[in-house]
Design a protein around this ligand. Structure first.
Ligand code: ADP
Ligand code: RBF
Ligand code: MG
Length: 161
């Protein structure tokens, strides 16, 4: 196991919940992969020793269904962002945007570190591979188990199912 993978695993599973805010609007337009961005306050509360990189896990919007997700934590070297971002691509087709809603995620596994790419096409194909890897991993029985114990917001209270 590589060093950063081992240090990522120490924090997992990691639960996180927060409002979906506007980012740069690049996910859908340029990449064809929308990513729900957490606010700066939520990003600042993240343990600083969670390595930047690409992760997989489960996600749910508001009180909705639980879906597979891939997550990018970091500075998006391809775009040279100055602020760290935490962005979730939910592997599901939604009818509408859900800005302002509460997104709950549980991060389960680490896929790879953030990379720079020399073209948009290579970034997009890396993201497509991440999505396939997340789908495969999340079908494993030990990961499906976490989906079942995923928490939901019910009448303002957190309840376990
Ligand atoms: P932004 O830069 O504002 O985050 P994006 O292009 O990344 O813009 O699009 C993200 C928005 O798209 C989310 O905030 C959400 O409202 C919407 N959205 C629709 N489908 C999805 C999905 N499958 N995963 C994540 N966000 C989605
Ligand atoms: N950005 C990078 O600069 N390098 C990456 O390796 C990278 N991998 C990503 C993997 C996934 C699964 C997702 C959803 C995003 C990734 N991004 C990466 C972030 C991407 O640049 C970002 O979502 C867009 O800039 C939109 O905010
Ligand atoms: Mg986004």
């Amino acid at each position: 196991m590589r060093g950063c993978c081992a240090s990522a695993m120490r924090h997992l599973p990691y639960f996180c919940r927060g409002e979906v805010v506007k980012g740069f609007g690049r996910g859908s337009r340029e990449l064809g992969v929308p990513t729900a961005n957490f606010s700066e306050q939520v990003v600042e509360k993240f343990p600083s020793d969670i390595p930047t990189g690409i992760y997989y896990g489960w996600a749910c919007v508001g009180n909705g269904d639980v879906h597979k997700m891939v997550l990018s934590i970091g500075w998006n070297p391809f775009y040279k962002n100055i602020k760290k971002s935490v962005e979730t691509h939910i592997i599901n087709t939604f009818k509408e945007d859900f800005y302002g809603e509460i997104l709950s995620i549980v991060i389960i596994g680490y896929i790879r570190s953030e990379k720079n790419f020399n073209s948009l096409e290579t970034l997009i194909s890396a993201i497509r591979e991440d999505i396939e890897e997340a789908k495969r991993q999340l079908d494993l029985p030990e990961h499906l188990k976490l989906k079942d114990s995923f928490f939901h917001l019910s009448e303002g209270k957190i309840v376990n199912h």
